[in-house]
Design a protein around this ligand. Structure first.
Ligand code: ZN
Length: 235
């Protein structure tokens, strides 16, 4: 069996939950660790999609722009993606069934998987966030996020499945970001229903976790309930 590349996570999501929105990992560094992934940017300045080696910033209105290698991120998760297995959902899948159908494709709930889903979506509910001040707890951001809807749209979702025992490292369960086929719009996926899509997934034999050497990270104290805060802001 071919050895798959690890999943690289630039910093534990616990730091983002505590409101640490500035780290020194560059987009250039991310690209050395993968060609597919997601995350955010310093000061929580939009949602990130890494697709086919290109990094996009999704602004609060959902508009996408390509971002250069010098920009920095406080949190991102990436991998080199080819896909172990592929399955077509050629019949419509309702929003309430979507995550269960994805979960059915995963051989075990105790591995990390990367996912790429291409095709036509009946509905995508997505969000992005306006730029933030450092140290504002992530749970408060849910109140000021912008939510937008796509109807009958072609595009690509990229993301990950993370086991619950890694909740301090990445959002447990599915975490997906969406980009339209014309690469012009997208966001963090809140819910989705599909018309006809191909789902590709790849398991990771290893997780590489960055531990930033920055004053914020070195002096961080855990004050938040990570599971509760992530539930508030990521779902
Ligand atoms: Zn996200």
């Amino acid at each position: 069996m071919t050895t798959r590349p690890p999943v690289f996570i630039s910093a534990p999501i616990a730091a983002l939950v505590e409101g640490i929105y500035r780290e020194d990992t560059t987009i250039g560094t991310l690209k050395a660790h993968g060609d597919l992934g997601l995350g955010t940017f310093n000061d929580l300045d939009g949602e990130m999609v890494l697709l086919d080696g290109v990094v996009y910033r999704l602004r609060p209105d959902g508009d996408a722009t390509i971002i250069g290698d010098e920009v920095e991120t406080p949190f991102a998760c990436v991998t080199f993606f080819t896909g172990d297995a592929e399955e077509r959902f050629d019949k419509p899948v309702a929003a309430e069934d979507f995550e269960r159908r994805l979960a059915d494709l995963l051989p075990s709930r105790n591995l990390v998987y990367s996912l790429r889903i291409d095709g036509r979506f009946a509905h995508v509910r997505a969000r992005s966030v306006p730029k933030q001040v450092n140290y504002r707890p992530l749970a408060e951001i849910a109140a000021i996020q912008t939510v937008f809807e796509f109807e009958d749209v072609e595009g690509t979702m990229v993301g990950f499945y993370t086991p619950s025992f890694l909740e301090s490292v990445h959002v447990p369960g599915f975490h997906l970001h969406f980009l339209t086929a014309d690469r012009k719009r997208g966001g963090h996926v809140l819910s989705a229903a599909t018309s006809d899509v191909v789902v590709r997934q790849q398991h990771a034999p290893k997780v590489e976790l960055g531990l930033p050497i920055t004053l914020d990270f070195l002096t961080m104290e855990k004050t938040r309930d990570i599971a509760a805060d992530i539930e508030t802001v990521e779902r």
